[in-house]
Design a protein around this ligand. Structure first.
Ligand code: SF4
Ligand code: NI
Ligand code: NI
Length: 707
């Protein structure tokens, strides 16, 4: 059989299986039964993206079988073979969708099955920054559990998101690979068809971030090929079905690397039988470059360890968290005051704690010198301490400044991890990420109680306070430069964020100071200064300079942006916004919903549904994606009535911002504004919300009409 024949055979098998599954499901539930995946606005994503058709019921699904059939044309050429592969991909989606019919929850731990939209959105930033440099899909079975673990961990240590399909999941369990989204190892399911869940991840990325029009298959395939850095490892015996699914992956632009004998297709279907080289070959095939910094520590170091928790039972040493004093500080110093790579420990190390470990006070001071170093960069670099220590295997970091809380696990201690290794990590990573700012870095770690407390009062606190004063004084009026951020353009090609002191990027991760530092680090990088020039409209927030930049960088897609209003030419959204704000006409105000909230909102749409109409770099008056911290900014809806317009928020978001909401409420002259904001406990029915607002006398009700 030729490779093409194998693919066609696989696609036909898939089609037959699909027909019988759909028939069976209809028999059981009837044609009118609804079919959808949970927590997505794009159901069923593959069919919707490829054809523009939304599947609602089993009858629709039956209708889609014709589309699949039409994709299988058995001619001996690559194009037809790839189409047949796409047919198999669609089949996989149909079969998986049937598993969810009747409100069933077909997947059990550790398998995740369908991936909700919100997870994809949360991956936006790490994928564009290269923090997640790629997505591996490992299907099948490695020769041994050890081989499987080695491959998975190798990907994991490089920050690659690894998804698993088939028996490899059992091999990962057997070799105790830590799994879950936080470890970037995600078991999808045991059936080959569960691979659809990562395919639909890629496809929804195109819809969410790329603003690809459903039904535009050529653009969709172009997007996944150019912008989604995924690839497939097919391990163990290959059935015709797996080969044809592989052809589907190739059609999407994802190369397939296998350990089996097959006819190779240059760049796309590659044989690699040496398991030690599999990872390397795969990364090269997809053009993924990994930046590695070798850090001399006895434990692993990778972004994949960020989510790792050190629980009480696994803990050897603890610092801060209310139990001891602990703080951290990055400070700018003169070149003469910093000795590069000096790492000093003042006070006892953790091996003095005895066999059961214990707690110690802690101060971490990172001194940075360099001719481009500015005091403004101190908080930006200081916040990275959190990430860098967390990326260390067996080390957990929470908080910041003088509320830092660090735990070191028993296994890290047993592996030889000591406090100076924290210094090694910080030294290496600060230079690595801030190379053009930092010429010299030295780290001082103090555990001597008296000294920790003395320096907190004398050195750290005054520095924190000075910074806060500077931040408070940082307003849009007080600076002459804003920044544009284009990081998300690798996903959302038409999106441009405008970052100002009072409006951070909508991902919540890029403040004006961050943007400034990013520009300083790389003057041709994603953040570029906009010299403000003359303001055209101070209320709506309109500047000629901004419009010019946005028009240029969105390639003409957007020509006018007002940064202080939601009503007229609001800023575009890429898709990775922390919150969405949208008008609630009945209340003459707006609601805000955060990405983590899965429930319904008073607009009759969930976060995901609202997000699906707001992302992709388009302007949607009346709706806007934004960062959490923007809500309590003076510039939030500045032209539309400000914070007083906010009538509803999920409880969790409200709680998280409580102090700031109360404070900002007082500033706008409303003593108990916090209590006037409705949440899901008040209700998600517009009537219930309005009734509540009326009862508490919410200001929005008597403000100028929004329209
Ligand atoms: Fe993306 Fe905007 Fe955040 Fe930049 S600031 S990373 S463009 S969301
Ligand atoms: Ni960690
Ligand atoms: Ni984004």
């Amino acid at each position: 059989m030729t490779l093409f024949d194998i693919i066609f055979t696989g696609s036909e098998q898939a089609l037959e299986a699909c027909k019988s599954v759909v028939e069976q499901t209809i028999k059981e539930y009837g044609e009118n039964e609804k079919v959808s995946f949970p927590n997505t606005a794009y159901s069923l994503p593959t069919i919707y993206a490829a054809t523009g058709q939304k599947i609602g019921t089993l009858a629709d699904l039956k209708g889609a079988i014709g589309v699949i059939e039409s994709l299988i044309v058995k001619e001996q050429n690559l194009e037809k073979a790839l189409n047949a592969g796409l047919a198999t991909a669609v089949v996989a989606e149909v079969i998986e969708a049937c598993k969810y019919v009747g409100g069933k929850n077909p997947y059990e731990e550790p398998c995740v099955g369908f991936i909700p939209d919100t997870v994809i959105r949360s991956m936006g930033v790490p994928l564009v920054t290269g923090d997640i440099p790629g997505v591996a899909v490992v299907i099948g079975e490695a020769p041994t559990a050890e081989d499987a673990a080695k491959i998975i961990k190798d990907y994991q240590s490089k920050g690659i998101l690894v998804t698993l399909v088939g028996k490899i999941i059992d091999q990962a369990i057997e070799s105790k690979v830590k799994m879950g989204l936080e470890f970037r190892v995600v078991p999808l399911g045991y059936d080959v068809t569960s691979v659809t869940h990562i395919v639909s991840f890629a496809i929804r990325a195109a819809l969410i971030f790329g603003n690809i029009k459903p039904g535009d298959l050529p653009e969709l395939l172009k997007y996944t090929k150019e912008r989604v850095p995924a690839f497939v490892n097919a391990l163990g015996p290959l059935s015709e079905l797996v080969v044809s699914a592989g052809a589907g992956a190739i059609a999407l632009g994802f190369p397939v690397i296998t350990d089996q004998d097959v006819q190779e297709v240059p760049m796309n279907l590659i044989v690699q039988k040496d398991y030690d080289k599999l990872v390397q070959t795969s990364l090269e095939a997809r053009g993924i470059k990994i930046k590695i910094t070798e850090i001399p520590i006895p434990v692993g170091f990778a972004p994949a360890f960020e989510g790792e928790r050190v629980r009480k039972d696994d803990m050897f040493a603890e610092f801060g968290g209310g139990r001891t004093t602990a703080w951290e500080l990055v400070r700018k110093r003169d070149l003469s005051e910093v000795e590069d790579h000096k790492i000093e420990l003042i006070g006892p190390d953790i091996d003095t704690l005895g066999p059961d470990g214990g707690k110690l006070p802690l101060a971490i001071i990172v001194d940075v010198a360099g001719k481009n170093m500015q005091e403004d960069f101190e908080p930006v670099m200081e916040r990275r301490i959190h990430y860098f220590t967390n990326y260390t295997e067996g080390v957990m970091h929470i908080g910041q400044r003088d509320i830092a809380w660090i735990r070191i696990s028993k296994s890290a201690y047993e592996a030889g991890f000591r406090l100076k290794h924290i210094g090694e990590v910080l030294y290496a990573k600060m230079l690595d990420e801030f190379g053009s700012i930092a010429d010299r870095v030295q780290v001082t770690i103090i555990t001597d109680k008296e000294k920790v407390e003395e320096l907190l009062e004398e050195v750290a606190r005054p520095r924190y306070e000075a910074r806060d004063a500077r931040l408070a004084g940082l307003t849009d009026e007080s600076v002459d430069t804003f920044y544009s951020c284009l990081l998300c353009q690798s996903f959302a090609p038409a999106h441009v964020c405008i970052v100002t002191p009072e409006r951070l990027g909508l991902c919540g991760a890029v403040s004006w100071l961050d943007a400034k530092a990013t520009y300083e680090l790389d003057s041709t990088g994603p953040c570029q200064p906009i010299v403000k020039g003359e303001c055209e409209d101070e209320v709506k927030g309109s500047w000629e300079s901004i419009n010019k930049r946005v028009a240029e960088q969105s390639h003409g897609a957007t020509t006018k942006v007002n940064i202080y209003t939601i009503m007229e030419d609001p800023m575009t959204s890429c898709g990775c916004f922390e919150c969405i704000c949208g008008i609630m006409p009945e209340a003459n105000g707006v609601i805000i919903v955060n990405r983590e909230y899965h429930g319904m909102t008073p607009l009759g749409m969930t976060f995901g549904e609202l997000a699906s109409t707001t992302g992709g770099g388009v302007q949607t008056p009346g709706f806007m994606g934004h960062g959490r911290q923007f809500i309590t900014s003076k510039k939030f809806l500045y032209a539309d009535g400000g914070l007083a317009r906010v009538v509803w928020m999920p409880k969790e978001l409200k709680e998280a911002l409580k102090e700031k909401l109360i404070e900002r409420g007082k500033e706008i002259g409303i003593e108990n504004f916090y209590d006037m904001i409705a949440d899901e406990e008040v209700g998600v029915e517009p009537d219930a919300v309005v009734e509540f607002l009326t009862k508490v006398g919410h200001p929005a009700l008597s403000m100028d009409p929004m329209f």
